[in-house]
Design a protein around this ligand. Structure first.
Ligand code: ZN
Ligand code: ZN
Length: 504
C-alpha cells in the first residue's frame, strides 16, 4: 500500500504492475480528498461572507455572492466553477452527511459526488435515508455514468412525486450557451422545454427547405446557417446553387442582415494580407487572419491608433465630462477587448466603461478624469463589484498601475494584474509574453491535422462551468444567491442616474 504523502517520491519505473494500480488508486483517493477540502473551504468562505452581508440594504452586496469571485481569482478558475463548488458544499451539508464523509475520506471523487447531489435534490428526506447509502455503495464499484443511471432509476422508483418535481424544476434550468472550441468554431447548445425546442427545430427545418435542391449544402449545414439567419435578421437562407435566374428560388427577397452583432479586432497589416497575425473575435478569442478577412468583407471599420501613455488625446473639457467622447469610448473598448477583472471573458461590447479612480460629479477636477489613463472595461457583474468597493462596501481595492496594467487587491491581500487583451491583438508587438517565432510567410500547402472538434481550448469558458480539474460542465446551482454568479448571467440594472461615486 502507498501512503498518499509519499506519492511524489515514488519511482514509478521501479514498481510492479500491481504496485502501479495500487498507486493509481491511492493517488485518485488523495485527489478526491483534496477536492473535498476545496469544496469545504469555499463553502465556509461563502458562509462567512454571507453572515457579514446578511442585511446589505439597497446597493449592497447580495449575501456572499462575491465569495465565489474571490475563490475563482485565487484558483484561476471561472466563477461558475467556484459557484458550483459552493452549491455542492451546501447540498452535502444540508442533506447528504454520508456522502460528505465519503468525499472527505477520498472514497468517492467529485464526479460521483456531483451525480449524487444532482439526483437527490428533490427527493423526500425519508426516502433519502434509504437511498443515500445505496448510492454510496454503487459509487464504490462503478463509474459516474453508471452511477447516474442507477441514481435516476431508484429515485424514480422510490419517489415518483419527487421525479415530477424534478421535471418541473428542470424547466427552470432552461438556458442557451456557447462554448468555444478549436479552429474558430464554437458549440452552441441549450436546454429547452421540449415544445419550445421542437418549435426551433421545425423552424430550422422549414428554412433549410427555402433553397433549391441544387444548393450544395447538406441538411446539417443548412440548419446551422438557418439558426444564424434567424438571429441576424435576414430570416431566410439564400440559395447557393449559383444558377442565377435558373434557380427556382431566384429573386426571392431577403432582408439585409443586421450589423454589427460581432466585433473583431485585427491589425491593419493582417487585414490587408501582409501578415497573418491572429484576430480577436470578442467573446470567443483568437481566430485566424484569413477568417477575419472573410468576415471583414461586410464589416464597418473603426481605426484604433496605437498610442503611448504620454499622448492621451483627451482635452481638458472631455476629461471633465462624466460621459466619455465616442472616440475615446471606442478606443478603450477596442484596446481592453474584454472585461478587465481577472479571468473574466465578457466581451467589451457587452460591458461598461468604468472610471478607475471614480469621477466626482460635484467637483470633476478633484475626481478621476474621463481619460484613456483612467477608463477600463468592466462587465456588469464586475462593475458592480468595483462600484461596491469604491463605496467601501466590499474590501476589494483596484488601482491603475499604468496605462497597461490594472491591479486588483483581493480582500485577503492577494494582488492580481490584468492587461489590455485587445491591444495584444491589434498591436502584436505589444504581446511581449508570446513565444518569439519569427514570421516566415511560408505558405503551408497541407492543412495541419485538425484536432477533434470538441477539444477544450485554453479559453475561459463563458457559458458553463467547465474546467479540466472539475467535472462540473452544465452543473445547475440550486441556491438562489449563487445563480447569478457567472458574469454573463448578470441582469443589468435599469440605468441609474449618475450619482457621486457611481462611475459610468
Ligand atoms: Zn438554387
Ligand atoms: Zn467581468
Amino acid at each position: 500500500m502507498f501512503d498518499s504523502d509519499d506519492l511524489s517520491a515514488v519511482d514509478f519505473r521501479a514498481i510492479s504492475d500491481e504496485g502501479l494500480i495500487d498507486a493509481l488508486r491511492t493517488a485518485h483517493g488523495a485527489a478526491a480528498a483534496a477536492q473535498a477540502a476545496e469544496v469545504f473551504a469555499v463553502r465556509e468562505l461563502y458562509r462567512r461572507y454571507r453572515a457579514d452581508s446578511a442585511d446589505p440594504g439597497p446597493g449592497g452586496a447580495r449575501g456572499g455572492e462575491f465569495a465565489a469571485t474571490e475563490a475563482a481569482v485565487a484558483l484561476q478558475v471561472d466563477e461558475a466553477t467556484t459557484g458550483a463548488l459552493i452549491d455542492i458544499g451546501l447540498a452535502l451539508e444540508d442533506s447528504l452527511p454520508r456522502t460528505r464523509a465519503a468525499f472527505a475520506a477520498g472514497r468517492i471523487d467529485l464526479a460521483k459526488v456531483r451525480v449524487i447531489v444532482d439526483n437527490t435534490r428533490a427527493v423526500a428526506r425519508e426516502v433519502l435515508e434509504d437511498l443515500e447509502p445505496r448510492l454510496l455503495e454503487v459509487a464504490g464499484r462503478t463509474n459516474p455514468v453508471r452511477l447516474r443511471q442507477a441514481a435516476r432509476r431508484w429515485a424514480a422508483r422510490l419517489d415518483p412525486g419527487g421525479t415530477r418535481q424534478r421535471r418541473e424544476r428542470r424547466q427552470e434550468e432552461r438556458d442557451v450557451r456557447l462554448r468555444a472550441v478549436q479552429d474558430s468554431m464554437a458549440v452552441f447548445d441549450g436546454l429547452l422545454p421540449a415544445p419550445g425546442a421542437q418549435t426551433v427545430a421545425m423552424r430550422l427545418r422549414e428554412m433549410s427547405m427555402q433553397v433549391c435542391a441544387s444548393d450544395p449544402r447538406t441538411m446539417p449545414q443548412r440548419r446551422a446557417d438557418a439558426l444564424v439567419a434567424l438571429a441576424d435578421g435576414s430570416g431566410q437562407l439564400r440559395c447557393q446553387c449559383g444558377r442565377g435566374g435558373r434557380c427556382p428560388k431566384y429573386g426571392v427577397p431577403i432582408e439585409q442582415p443586421r450589423r454589427p452583432l460581432i466585433q473583431i479586432g485585427i491589425p491593419a497589416d493582417s487585414l490587408l494580407g501582409f501578415q497573418d497575425a491572429p484576430a480577436f473575435l470578442a467573446g470567443y478569442g483568437p481566430i485566424d487572419a484569413a477568417l477575419a478577412r472573410l468576415l471583414a468583407e461586410h464589416a464597418r471599420f473603426q481605426v484604433i491608433p496605437e498610442q503611448s501613455d504620454a499622448d492621451d488625446p483627451a482635452t481638458a473639457e472631455e476629461a471633465a465630462q462624466w460621459q466619455p467622447a465616442s472616440r475615446l469610448e471606442r478606443e478603450v473598448r477596442a484596446l481592453d477587448g474584454m472585461c478587465r477583472f481577472p479571468g473574466c471573458a465578457m466581451p467589451a461590447a457587452e460591458s461598461e466603461l468604468d472610471h478607475n479612480h471614480p469621477f466626482d460629479h460635484e467637483r470633476p477636477a478633484r475626481g478621476g478624469p474621463t481619460a484613456r489613463t483612467n477608463l477600463a472595461v468592466l462587465c456588469g457583474r464586475h462593475h458592480r463589484l468595483k462600484t461596491l468597493a469604491d463605496n467601501d462596501k466590499l474590501p476589494w481595492k483596484v488601482w491603475r498601475a499604468d496605462l497597461e496594467r490594472l491591479q486588483w487587491t483581493a480582500p485577503t491581500g492577494d494582488i492580481h494584474t490584468t492587461v489590455r487583451e485587445g491591444a495584444r491583438y491589434l498591436f502584436p508587438r505589444t504581446d511581449t509574453g508570446a513565444p518569439t517565432v519569427p514570421y516566415t510567410g511560408v505558405h503551408r500547402s497541407e492543412p495541419p491535422e485538425a484536432p477533434p472538434i470538441d477539444a477544450p481550448t485554453a479559453l475561459p469558458d463563458r457559458r458553463t462551468a467547465e474546467d479540466m480539474a472539475y467535472p462540473l460542465n452544465g452543473y445547475v446551482v440550486i441556491h438562489g444567491q449563487l445563480r447569478r454568479i457567472p458574469p454573463e448571467d448578470e441582469i443589468p440594472d435599469d440605468k441609474p442616474a449618475p450619482t457621486r461615486n457611481h462611475a459610468p
